[in-house]
Ligand binder design. Structure first.
Ligand code: PLP
Ligand code: SF4
Length: 333
């Protein structure tokens, strides 16, 4: 038998990888030779259950309970003990909704909660308690979302967010952008997504073709918190995205035990640039219930930002910001 050459192989369908996530924490611990951590898990049936793509697990170090990728996804019992000051709607989003799934909080930009679905559940996620049920812009062919944007000519930029907007099919995304293309006031499209990092299979030909066909300049804001996330599969996905003409930026969240040290943050910036991505924001953690164990002191955060400034060229220093309810944009620290 002649072995099939890679060029004739069927391209792997990203949806298969998306369905085949690791969702059982005991399986995750077995895969990493860390069964001894089972005692730190919350009781089964808790909210915001484990979800992580197998390819992301493959980038974790086996036998290392402090692995920075593992810490981002492993549910811990301590998340479920209430901590004063850590809230369900940490950034005050609900008052700024313009239509179901449309947040118009900052001038000129409307953010669409396109879907609630993600391939990964990041334990620090500020939308981990978001009431996605009634708040999805993709419902009913995007009608309410498109109408809300059409009615507000000051909006120049639509930001697809979520959940992860790239968990929608490309067909569904194209439905939206075809409708948005009829609005004369839009000048940019932005996509906030973690999928090219956690499940790079998502960057397939269909997605690239959609991106190439869009009538606006496109910014894709990735989300990686540690250089170890950016392996060769992610580098290839970024190269392909750049080939579509999109600009690539990254936002990270400052997380205790993951990236709260200067060498780690500098290594992240350097690796991002190697794969064609510029650092955009470094977010101080939103105080969402369940994430208290990730919090980094403001003074430490400022010291780290100053350290990056001393060590890196200006274009590799992300802006340290935090989100304050009612502010006109992200607040620089
Ligand atoms: C963060 C955010 C934006 C984007 O802010 P930029 O500073 O432009 O990146 C827009 N709308 C909402 C509701 C946001 O939370
Ligand atoms: S991918 Fe983004 S939206 Fe989804 S859980 Fe992680 S941080 Fe939250």
């Amino acid at each position: 038998m002649i072995p099939a050459s890679p060029s004739h192989a069927q391209p792997a369908d990203w949806r298969r990888a998306y369905r085949d996530l690791v969702t059982d924490p005991h399986e995750l611990l077995r895969l990493l030779d860390l069964a001894e951590l089972a005692g730190a898990l919350p009781p089964p049936g808790h909210a915001f259950a484990l979800r992580v793509p197998r390819g992301f697990v493959a980038r974790m170090r086996r036998g290392d309970p402090a692995d920075p990728l593992l810490r981002q996804v492993l549910p811990l019992d301590e998340e479920f003990r209430p901590q004063p000051g850590f809230e369900l709607d940490a950034v005050g989003e609900m008052p700024s909704r313009a239509a179901p799934g449309v947040l118009h909080k900052y001038h000129g930009r409307a953010l669409l909660i396109a879907t609630g679905s993600c391939a990964i559940h990041c334990r620090y996620c500020f939308r981990r308690h978001f009431p996605y049920g009634g708040e999805l812009a993709a419902r009913e062919g995007w009608s309410a979302a498109v109408e809300a944007i059409a009615a507000e000519p000051s909006i120049e930029e639509v930001i697809l967010s979520g959940g992860d907007p790239l968990s929608l099919t490309t067909t569904k995304l194209a439905q939206l952008t075809e409708r948005l293309a009829t609005l004369p006031h839009l000048r940019r499209l932005r996509v906030h997504t973690r999928l090219p990092v956690v499940l790079p299979e998502r960057v397939d030909d269909e997605l690239l073709q959609w991106l190439r066909g869009l009538p606006w300049p496109v910014a894709i804001v990735l989300h990686a918190n540690h250089a170890q996330e950016l392996d060769t599969t992610v580098a290839a996905a970024c190269r392909a995205l750049l080939g579509s003409g999109a600009h690539l930026l990254n936002q990270a969240v400052l997380l205790r035990g993951v990236n709260d040290d200067l060498d780690t943050l500098c290594a992240l910036s350097a690796r991002l640039f190697e794969v064609g991505v510029l650092p955009y924001y470094l977010h101080q953690l939103d105080r969402v219930a369940g994430a208290a164990h990730f919090e980094v002191d403001d003074a430490v955060a400022r010291r780290l930002a100053a350290g990056m400034h001393r060590r890196l060229p200006g274009y590799l220093v992300p802006r340290l910001v935090r989100e304050l309810p009612g502010a006109p944009g992200k607040t620089p620290m």
